[in-house]
Each structure stands twice: as C-alpha cells, then as structure tokens.
Ligand binder design. Sequence first.
Ligand code: 2IO
Length: 402
Amino acid sequence: PVVNPRFSVLSEDFAASPYRSFAWLREQAPVHYEPAIDSYFLSHYRDVKRVLTDHETFTTETLQVRAEPVMRGPVLAQMTGAEHTAKRKIVVRGFTGQALQDQIRAIRANTAELMDPFLPRGRMDLVNDFGKPLAVHVTLDVLGLDRKDWQQVAAWHSGVAEFITSITLTPERRRHCMDCAEQLEAYLVPVIEERRRRPGEDLISKLCTAEFDGIAMSDRDVTALIINVLAAATEPADKTLALLFKHLIDHPEQLAQVRQDPNLLPAAIAETLRYTPPVQLIPRQAEENAVFAGTTVPAGATVFCMIGAANRDPEAFAAPDTFDIHRPDLGTARSFTAAAQHLAFGTGLHQCVGAAFARAEIETVAAMLLPLLDQVRYSPGFRYRETGLYTRGPVSLSLDFT
Ligand code: 2IO
C-alpha cells in the first residue's frame, strides 16, 4: 500500500480539525492507508455507500476485536442471516409503539428536571451540565435501571465507549476499559436474572422475553445488547444536541426561522447529522480484494468509512460545506430511515436500529429547549473546541440565555 508522508488520520492537525482535510482526502487520497494501524480510510460518498451495502465483500467481523471484548458478547451488528433478522426485529419492537411513547415521556421528564436549576441562572454548559447527564438518565429509564446508580453506570460506560471509539489504545487504557466492562457485566447479570423471572415494561425485560420466528436471546445476547444500547444511546446524544445548537447559533437567520416555525426543526436536525455526524467512522473488514478507483484494498484489511467526509462529498450534496436547513438534497422526511441521504446512521443491513429513538430524543429535547433558551448565545469568553476521531463533538458548549 502507498503510505502518504504528508498526511495521517492520527496527526494532531487532523484531530484538531478533520473537516479541513476531507476535500483533500477525497480528491488526492480517496483510499488512504494508515500504516500504524494497518487500516484503509475511505472518504467518497459512493465508496462508503458501497462498503456499507455490499455485505458479501465487507463484513462486520472486525467488531469481534473492536467491540465484543467490552460488550461481553456478540452485538446485533455482528450477526448475519436469520439470527440477525429475528434479533433485530426484537430490538425494533423495543423502540416502537407504546414502548416509544413511554420513552418519550421519560425524555420529557428528564429534560424538565435537568433544566430546572439552570433556568433562573441564565447560563449552562449544554454538554456537561445537560446533554451528558440527560443521555445517561434517559438510557437508564429506557432500560429500567435505577437512576440513583447513574454516576457509576456513566463511569463504566465511558470505559466501554473509550474502547470502541479508540483508534489506538495503550495496554493500561485497555485494561481500564476491560475493568469497566467487567464491572458493568457483573452489575447486569442479577438484573437480567430478575427480569427473566418477573418481567416489566422496560427494554431489558423485552429483550429477555421476546421471541421471533422461534429465536430468542441468550443471557450473553441480552448483556451485549444492554451494553450496546447504553453506549449507542449515550455516546452520540449529547454531541448531536450540542452541534445542533452550535450550528443554529452560528447561523442566526436559520435559528430565527426554526423558532418561528418549529416544523423546520427536523430539517435542522437532519442537516446537523449530515454536516457534523457525531459518529465519524464505521469499520468493516474486506473479505476479498476490493478495488476503489484503481487502488486495491487487500482481503482481510480493516476499512474505515469516513462518514463526515462522505456527507460532504459534492457528488452527493451541493455546496456540501455550507450548513443549510433548506437544502433541497437533504431529504428531511427520510432522514431517520433506510432511505436517508446522509450516512450518519450508516446504511445497509446494519443501519442504526435506534434511529427512530434518536429522532424522538433529539426532536423532543430540542423542541423543549428552544423556547426555554431565549436569546441563546455563547457565554462571554467561551472558546469552541471539538474532540474525538471516532465519535466527535464539542468538549463543552457554554451558553447564556434569558
Ligand atoms: C459496538 C460508536 C457508540 C452502535 C458497535 C456495534 C456500536 C454501534 C456505532 C454506534 C455508536 C457507537 N456502532 N452505535 O457506531 O450501536
């Protein structure tokens, strides 16, 4: 493979501002090889789409080392065939109908409770004061876990998330992440036992008792799915919310339009997901040699789909570096479905199973916050900074409002 001496995904420059490099990558290095981690990075919309939909050539095998150790079992994305279809249906059911209605009630209650102390102050950090605790509280409610354990669960979760979202991990950090995962598993085992005996209305109970085409979930499946849901519902949630508000504050005319017509909120959310997807990388394994525009990715290689770069490919979106909630190529109505234009939820068989829940959460929270955060603006002296290569979002978002 050709090693580029002038660019690395692992450089400080890229970490500080990946969006600056995406056009160059697409044009000059659409199949970028990263020797330190022996992986290929794809940045074209059409190449990413191909990898995520050609399930024969590109598999999720890589999750066996990238996720399974901390998930304490195989996750949905690793499964194939009838098993995958059945277990995915079980999870879909856990996030639709009455279940989703109950989840929306939990989202509303948690939003109101967490906002309350900040309203008289007129200042809050949307990431650390609100978004992060909200994401954990809501997820615990969905799973039917005790909210008083939230700090402990949040600490274990960050170890799990660090493991999945790290490009490189020192042996010490790896040990820490594994410790978190093992303690989380030990906390969950008796809960699963209890829910099997006396199921309630929560998602864990549903995973324990549901059956589809005669296929049910083992204890290991349930454990892995709970940890998966915990990570997937927590890690990107505060980032999406903070990015939405950042973009609206940076584009006051669009903020005014959304305030005036809340029906524009779904478009603002869809455009946020396109412009700055919180999940920037999706890994796959090439099962055979695959050629992209003349460059061969060898069988067995790890391939990273660069979602942020694909979402700004001019072949897919006009004026891709402009944040525009009115763009005609956004496809807002389909933005949380399999027909989505942007790739923030991936695409293909393993497209995010929680997209409908994510939509309910961000729409509910944003609709509640907009009227509360009147005259919203950055706090004096606030300096915007983002972090993360795999999942990426604001470090903080300090806001003043009246
Ligand atoms: C372990 C990055 C938190 C998911 C993976 C199979 C997780 C899977 C994702 C997202 C967000 C995580 N991958 N959600 O990219 O469930």
